[in-house]
Every structure is written in structure tokens, then in C-alpha cells.
Write a protein that binds this ligand. Structure first.
Ligand code: BG6
Length: 507
């Protein structure tokens, strides 16, 4: 019996929108992201029969690979995912092509245009093109100019540009990059990607909030006393020291992924479910957000860096011992912050956000803590109430839980918190797609809802400007606290919450 019949929640699950014929061009095709995320996501879309039969993926980078070499390398990189699905891979790989391109070479741009026309003829891709910039961020501006100068962005209906994070490295550079990109393409052609927005559970926040009547009336300062947003990783910097040393957790995770989670959690209900209505509300709430104390930013931020740790059997080296990291590096691998949002809904509610590498557990979640019951009716008879909490689990174990007090069985009136659970896996019977699967499909569909608009990116950078300036001008004021690998980060981060008599959640 098929699982659709046994599980009514699965009915209609794969009725997806149809991607039009097109060629996806990935610049930086020899890089890590292409192998780890982009081609795996496309292979997944192919397996789900979501790619049109008039499709092509053209990988571009400076390496002088042939189509065949590109296919072999992608196959090697995806060997685990392919498993015994060799036949499907062979079908998929016939859509893969490669062109050596240096975007700064006029001649290469000509060759690229010719190749694209050839693919239009062989694969019937109708000059519909999505250009994906998976190159080093320092080349985003020049890459856009090059693609534009080759005339490849001229038709706003047929050409799109996807730009990876980080979009800029501070407010000023994000503004300049926006100007460059907007000189090359219209805003509706530009898709700034943040893969957290591709996560099913992040999108579910919109449904939870705006498709149910019970949450919205209490989703505000009258009922919610604090919000915690966590993105904890167990991995270290791995082989990305070159990039990470110049970035750190604030730029790598906070300005984008955590801030997007904050925006979706705190935004006002949009008037319609359309890209501009949603992005207007996200931009608006980010413009109302601020560090808890902008004049003394060091009082609302704690930075840390992982040291050695792990167990005797599997010891872990510290950040400063990682390949490519300076032994005196002051790059933060952990950040905790306190923010406020100055609007009617959230005035006075602290938003605590934290992220770190090599923490005790891999988990991303949003925790809304509700105000205590106004009267403690059961205190005298052994029940001391806890605050209700709604926990939105972004990953792993995607789902949500609601914690509330019940009476413990027995003759007294002792209460204890219990959890009401929802799990994506258990309810829908299959794990959610990776964020890139959803986002690549959306970019090829031309749906910008889950991509960040220019004003959102700028508002997100502006929010952290006082901290970035402090780190630049007076880093001593924002010391780096070492923490042992596989712990919950520096103890100093607890002090951010102490004023509110709160603790970080330690699941
Ligand atoms: C990336 C960061 O954007 O997100 C990485 O550059 C980080 O440093 C990754 O590891 C985390 O993504 P996820 O989906 O594994 O939580």
C-alpha cells in the first residue's frame, strides 16, 4: 500500500510548480559549494522529476575541464548521494556541460555567449538563463559587470542572477554592491540567496503565524517575554579558514541566517502572500531592530573562539591550530547578542541570538518564552509554574514543541512542564528537502519570495554596524573569550541574559 494512502498528510505533497525550459549557468563550478550543495540539489530536483526536459547546467570556472571531466568530478563528489542510482545519474549527467571561463577576459565572454546559444539549440532552453554566482564574494561586482557587458542580462524576462552570501562585508560595501548589481540588472532579476530561507521549518513560521488564529493574538509584547534564536554547529572551520578568517561568525552567520530567522519571527502579517508584501514586512521589522545598547555595543555582545576539546578518544584542536588560521587569530567563532525591536509589537522584548562553531550540539531553533501566569495559584500547594515556551526546531528533528504545565498525578497540586510535539518526519513521513533544493527551484521559477531584497540586506548590515565598527576601531572592548570545543560557548554569554533573569536554553 502506498504511503500516500496510509498517510493523508502526504496527499498532494509533490504537486509542484513547473520550471520553464532553461540553462542554469554556475560561475565557480569547480568550487566547494557547487559540489556540496548546488549539483546535489539539482540531482534531487531531477529525481523528483521537477527539472524540465529542456534543461542544461553549464558549469563555468577557470579550470580547463571538458564536459566529460566536469561530469566525472561531479559524480565523484556526489558518490554517496548517487548510491545505487547510477542509471538516474547517467540520465542527469547528460544535462551537464562545462565551459572554461575567466569573466575578465573579453574572449571568454564571447565564447560563453556562443556556448549558450549552442545549448539553446541542442537542449531547447529558449535563451532562458539563470546565472548563479558561486565565486569569491570579492568578484561579485566585477562578475555582474562582465555578464551584463556580454549582453546576457538584457532580457529581464529571460535572465536572472543568483548571488550567494555574503552580500557585502558591512553596510557601506553592501550599498555599493547593490548599486553595481542594480546597474546591471533589474531588482526582479536579482536573487540574493540565504539558504536558511530554503529550510522548510523557517518557511513554516509563516504558516504557523499567519494560517492559525491562535498564535497571532499572543505573538507580541503582551504575552511574550523574550525570544532566543540559536544556530549551533558541532563542526569547526573545516577547510574554509581562508574565507572564515576574514569573516567570523558575525558576518558568516548572524548578519544573514540568524537575522532572517529574526525577521520572519518578528515581522508583521503581510497583506498578501506575494514576494513584495512579504519582503516589505521583513525590511520594515529589520529597520526597527537595534542592538540593545547602540551607544555601548560591548554591553550587548559576547564573542568567543573555540579552543581544543573533545574526548580522549577523539580530541579536537582549537581554532588557532586549524590549517590556514593564524596562531594569534582574533576571529570570533561564537557570537551572542541582545537586540530590541522598536515597534508596537515588540517594544521592550529582548531578542537573544547566538551562534557558534564546535558547540555541544548541532541545532537551530527559535524559542518564544511567554510571560508567567499573573497569579501563582498553586505555589502554596507545591506547584511553581514555569513559563510556557514555543520552540520552533529548524534543524535537526525539524518540527515544533509547545511546553506548558500540567498537574502531576497524585493527591497534591504539583505541576510540571510537558511538551506537545510536532515532527515533520513523523507527520509527513519523509525528511524535508535541503534548503538549496527549494531555493534553486524558486530561482529558476523566478519566484523571489524567499530571497533577500536590497533594502533587507542593507538593513541587516546596518543593524550590526556599531559592532563591526567597534571590532575595527577598538577590539579590546569586545574581547574574544576562549571556550572549550563541544561545550555551549563562553560562560560570559550567560551575562547577557542575567539582567533578565534568564538562561540560554540547553536542550
Ligand atoms: C553557511 C556558513 O552559510 O552556513 C557556514 O558559511 C555554516 O559557516 C553553514 O556552517 C551552516 O548551515 P547549516 O544549514 O548547516 O546550518
Amino acid at each position: 500500500m502506498s504511503s500516500t494512502i496510509t498517510n493523508p498528510l502526504r496527499v498532494g505533497l509533490r504537486q509542484e510548480r513547473v520550471i520553464t525550459p532553461q540553462c542554469l549557468v554556475i560561475f565557480g563550478a569547480s568550487g566547494d559549494l557547487t559540489q556540496r550543495k548546488l549539483v546535489p540539489a539539482l540531482f534531487e530536483l531531477f529525481k523528483q522529476r521537477r527539472l524540465p526536459s529542456e534543461f542544461a547546467l553549464l558549469g563555468c570556472a577557470r579550470r580547463p575541464w571538458s564536459d566529460e571531466e566536469f561530469r566525472i568530478r561531479m559524480k565523484e563528489a556526489l558518490s554517496k548521494q548517487i548510491g545505487n542510482e547510477n542509471k538516474i545519474w547517467e540520465q542527469f549527467s547528460s544535462f551537464l556541460f562545462y565551459e572554461p571561463v575567466d569573466l575578465q577576459q573579453q574572449n571568454d565572454l564571447l565564447k560563453l555567449s556562443e556556448r549558450l546559444e549552442k545549448i539553446d539549440r541542442s537542449n531547447a532552453t529558449h535563451s532562458n538563463r539563470t546565472f548563479y554566482l558561486s565565486v569569491s564574494p570579492k568578484f561579485y561586482g566585477s562578475a555582474c559587470r562582465a555578464i551584463h557587458s556580454a549582453g546576457l542580462l538584457n532580457d529581464p524576462k529571460r535572465s536572472r542572477l543568483v548571488i550567494e552570501k555574503p552580500f557585502g562585508k558591512d553596510y557601506g560595501s553592501a550599498q555599493s554592491l547593490n548599486q553595481v548589481v542594480q546597474n546591471c540588472a533589474q531588482e526582479n532579476q536579482i536573487f540574493r540567496i540565504d539558504h536558511y530561507l530554503g529550510k522548510e521549518t523557517v518557511q513554516n513560521i509563516l504558516v504557523l503565524r499567519f494560517a492559525n488564529t491562535i498564535f497571532e493574538p499572543i505573538w507580541n509584547r503582551n504575552y511574550i517575554s523574550s525570544v532566543q534564536i540559536t544556530a549551533a554547529e558541532t563542526v569547526g572551520v573545516e577547510d574554509r579558514a581562508g574565507y572564515y578568517e576574514g569573516s567570523g561568525a558575525l558576518r558568516d552567520m548572524v548578519q544573514n541566517h540568524l537575522t532572517q530567522m529574526l525577521a520572519i519571527t518578528a515581522m508583521e502579517p503581510p497583506g498578501h502572500f506575494d514576494p513584495e508584501a512579504i519582503r516589505n514586512e521583513k525590511a520594515k521589522v529589520l529597520q526597527a531592530a537595534r542592538l540593545a545598547d547602540e551607544l555601548n555595543p560591548w554591553t550587548c555582545c559576547v564573542r568567543g573562539q573555540y579552543g581544543p576539546g573533545g574526548s580522549k578518544e577523539s580530541p579536537l584542536i582549537g581554532y588557532q591550530q586549524e590549517d590556514g588560521v593564524s596562531s594569534s587569530s582574533t576571529t570570533e567563532t561564537y557570537v551572542a547578542l541582545k537586540l530590541f525591536i522598536d515597534n508596537w509589537r515588540w517594544q521592550g522584548v529582548p531578542f537573544f541570538i547566538r551562534t557558534g562553531k564546535r558547540l555541544a550540539k548541532r541545532l537551530s531553533e527559535i524559542v518564544l518564552t511567554f510571560r508567567e501566569a499573573p497569579v501563582h495559584l498553586f505555589d502554596a500547594v507545591g506547584g511553581s509554574p514555569t513559563s510556557n515556551q514555543l520552540i520552533l526546531r529548524i534543524q535537526p528533528d525539524e518540527g515544533a514543541e509547545f511546553r506548558y504545565d500540567v498537574k502531576s498525578p497524585g493527591s497534591g497540586m504539583r505541576s510540571r512542564p510537558i511538551e506537545m510535539e510536532f515532527s515533520y518526519d513523523q507527520s509527513f513521513g519523509e525528511p524535508s528537502d535541503e534548503g538549496y533544493v527549494r531555493l534553486l527551484a524558486d530561482a529558476m521559477l523566478g519566484d523571489p519570495t524567499l530571497f533577500t531584497r536590497s533594502d533587507e540586506v542593507e538593513a541587516a548590515w546596518r543593524l550590526y554596524t556599531p559592532l563591526l565598527e567597534l571590532i575595527e576601531d577598538d577590539p579590546q572592548k569586545l574581547p574574544i573569550y576562549p571556550y572549550e570545543s563541544r561545550t555551549w560557548g563562553p560562560a560570559a554569554a550567560d551575562s547577557l541574559l542575567a539582567k533578565n533573569n534568564l538562561l540560554w536554553r540547553r536542550p
